[in-house]
Ligand binder design. Structure first.
Ligand SMILES: Cc1cc2nc3c(=O)[nH]c(=O)nc-3n(C[C@H](O)[C@H](O)[C@H](O)COP(=O)(O)OP(=O)(O)OC[C@H]3O[C@@H](n4cnc5c(N)ncnc54)[C@H](O)[C@@H]3O)c2cc1C
Length: 401
């Protein structure tokens, strides 16, 4: 068992780690391997977390949630990934946890009273967040999905792409333009956040979806979505009309850190798989782990993963303390995501190389870790866009895009 750094964990974080570990112990490597091979969403695992109230992690206690903060959620997600779930195991549930945040922060009191206790006890889920569009990936203010007011309703038309877990969700948090881009003084204005009931949308015939065939995170499905004259009540707006972009930014640091923690867990999992194999495989009459060419990449990957972990945990601590301004927190969260994604990729690559030909055999799982680690360099934001942020907001260089 490879040592994972636990220095500085609070009592609450230790409690979270141990509770999550208990649940994850019931889901062994074979479970994740077969979900990946079959492309089957891990309902049993997701239900186990929901039954224990984990989807209410970021929901305040007054709405029956656990009232935790990102400091605890990073431990939770690292643990899920490191237990064998990898990035995709964590990805199967992370939306259910942090998509409640905009509702907690901006939802009306009646929406919060009605919905949040049901999310916290696992009765309903808000697993999906719909931002990306075919003509607006990294440039999110270019989205073209429109929502137009018509009496007591909004009518939604447009297309989304790459939206994950739509099949596992009761509601989607949807970003749409309520004022055309040409009519706002800043392109970040005129975007509005909606809470859309998916079952009602299908029943109305205003929504069609199609699963995207992909090669990483096979059991967490992503969709193309078409909205056509979908009518939603005016109170489906979360927060303030036209301010959705800023509301989204408000939750972005949490999202970056949760995903960075998943990368750390995946990196730890990969290093452990590499070390286990290096320790038992014999070639030329000795264990391959005796060779520095095998040891060093694993040791380096371990060091990089643990360094990224420090970054993730200290950023989560800074976020919880409320002592830093938005720019400083954004810098920490973005750097943590960047370093953790790269560290996970290097760890998975070293684990594959250590396994020789078996590095691509499903049986040893490391090929899955590599596919997933590669994905983390693309989502939820690409590494290049993170560097753009750091270049502009931390180094003070001119905006490059
Ligand atoms: C498996 C998966 C799940 C996803 N789930 C969701 C989801 O649930 N909800 C959701 O809304 N979205 C989701 N996404 C979308 C994801 O957030 C986007 O794919 C990502 O933001 C990148 O956008 P894009 O794919 O359009 O790439 P593009 O924006 O087209 O970029 C293509 C390449 O150009 C680079 N590039 C573009 N502009 C610049 C620049 N100015 N400087 C430097 N480089 C640049 C990018 O870094 C990238 O390498 C998911 C994507 C995947 C693959």
């Amino acid at each position: 068992m490879v040592t994972r750094d636990t220095v500085g964990l609070t009592d609450q974080q230790r409690l979270v780690r141990d509770s999550i570990r208990d649940i994850c112990d019931d889901f062994e490597a074979e479970y994740w391997r077969s979900q990946d091979a079959d492309g089957e969403y891990p309902h049993e695992f997701v239900d186990a977390l929901a039954d224990h109230g984990w989807f209410g992690a970021l929901i305040p206690e007054e709405y029956d949630g656990a009232g935790m903060s990102t400091e605890e959620v990073v431990v939770m997600m690292e643990e899920i990934a490191a237990s064998g779930g990898g990035f995709s195991g964590a990805q199967a549930v992370h939306g259910a946890i942090y998509n409640s945040v905009p509702i907690v922060k901006y939802g009306s009191e009646s929406l919060k009273r009605d919905l949040l206790p049901r999310v916290a006890d696992g009765e309903v889920s808000i697993q999906a967040f719909g931002l990306t569009e075919p003509n607006a990936g990294s440039e999110s203010t270019a989205i073209e999905t429109r929502a137009e007011r018509d009496g007591d309703e909004y009518v939604i038309d447009g297309q989304k792409i790459w939206i994950s877990r739509v099949d596992a969700s009761d509601y989607i948090v949807l970003m749409a333009r309520t004022t055309p881009r040409e009519e706002v003084e800043k392109r970040t204005r005129g975007l509005t956040m909606f809470l859309v009931d998916l079952e009602e949308a299908y029943e109305q015939g205003g929504l069609q979806i199609e699963q995207i065939d992909k090669t990483a995170s096979n059991f967490v499905h992503s969709y193309e979505m078409w909205f056509e004259d979908l009518r939603v009540p005016a109170d489906a707006v979360i927060g303030e009309k036209g301010e959705g972009f800023y509301q989204m930014l408000d939750g972005l640091n949490e999202e970056r850190l949760v995903i960075a923690a998943e990368c750390v867990g995946l990196g730890e999992l990969a290093v452990e798989a590499g070390v286990d194999y290096a320790d038992q495989r014999e070639v030329f009459g000795r264990r391959i782990g005796k060779n520095q060419a095998i040891q060093h990449p694993l040791a380096e990957a371990y060091a990089r993963v643990q360094a990224a972990k420090q970054m993730v945990y200290s950023a989560a601590r800074a976020l919880a303390s409320g002592d830093e301004d938005a720019k400083a927190l954004g810098a920490r969260a973005n750097m943590a995501k960047f370093l953790a994604a790269d560290a996970a990729f290097e760890a998975a690559d070293a684990a594959v190389q250590t396994h020789g030909g078996f590095g691509v055999a499903r049986e040893y799982d490391v090929e899955r870790y590599l596919r997933e680690a590669r994905l983390t360099r693309l989502v939820p934001i690409t590494q290049e866009l993170v560097l753009n942020y750091i270049g502009e907001n931390v180094l003070g260089l001119p905006r490059s895009y």
